[in-house]
Design a binder for this molecule. Sequence first.
Ligand SMILES: *Cc1c(COP(=O)(O)O)cnc(C)c1O
Length: 390
Amino acid sequence: MTDFLPFSKPTIDEATIASVADTLRSGWITSGPKVAEFEKQLSGYFGGRIVRTFNSGTCTMEIALRIAGIGAGDEVITTPISWVATANVILEVGATPVFADIDPVTRNIDLDKLEAAITPATRAIIPVYLAGKPLDMDRLYAIAAKYRLRVIEDAAQAIGSTWQGKPIGSFGDFVSFSFQANKNITTSEGGCLVLNNAEEAALAEKYRLQGVSRSGWDGIDVDVLGGKYNMTDIAAAIGLGQFAKLSDITAHRRKLAQHYFKILGADFEAKTGAQLPPADFESGGVASEMPGTHRPTPCGCTNWHLFQIVLPERITRPEFMERMKAFNIGVGFHYAPIHLFKLYRERGFHEGMFPIAEHVGKQIVSLPMFYAMTEDDVERSCAAMREVLG
Ligand SMILES: *Cc1c(COP(=O)(O)O)cnc(C)c1O
């Protein structure tokens, strides 16, 4: 039997491991020069915008909400199909989460439904780029401008994704990234926030470390309630090693995704009733259709963080996952609809509110996709799927 093929796996090269060892030996293992260097390199990638790092992509969004002054009485609109962190941060700051259903093709928030959900209490939107796929960014920011809303982009999965040739994060309002272990680049745990100006950066630094506003020989002062969210130099050393490979990682994932489309074939959907992701591949900075596929792709280029299919109704997700496992293929599941979790049901959400999200949330699976994967692995994954879906 062949080795187990997981759905995701980090790759940390030897140079990165050596750099972590150096950091450990240096005597400076918390936030220090490596964090400063990582923030500087990220800022360069995001077109010179200001970047601050944190110990997760969750606190990153919470801090963005706090900087924007969002709290009790404010509504924040987001998608029901994301990691629960996206909505939890809204509750965390005391604001009210409002969901809008998703687009069945991109599986991201439907911008028409988002606009329809805006009320006088709406202060912000948190769009999520599922699998790394951006929204129609021009339209998103046109809506934000029209209703004067802050945008906290949950780009946790989207480092390396682009919109009309520009990296996600290099434009827009707040943009939050995660470097959790399964993301395209990792610091084991961590995140970063792209900010608009020095005042926001100063606030981010305060929220990141106990709200300390001034420190020196004559004492310190604290003027806001901050937390303990700083990234360590150990994590930043991993991040620097990973970041050096970002373009290789993105290119390799695109190649694997193209291979999935090629091996599954143009008639895969018709034959199986499963739904593939939109096939957008960048050529000359513009999203283009993959030959043999059929959907227009208005939404920019994904970094292929995940390769997700929606299963036909005739097979349940647990059954699919179990049968793929018998072929030694790992399958992931991203995500269950947030509004159906108990915590959210208790706040008045219920089944039937967002039917597309509920269907996709029940049937979506993530196939193996990671940097160390080969085209042979893609073929194994496709062969198993052909058996399982008949
Ligand atoms: C990973 C992820 C998060 C949370 O990031 P952490 O670094 O794990 O806190 C939030 N939203 C989405 C869409 C994610 O994929």
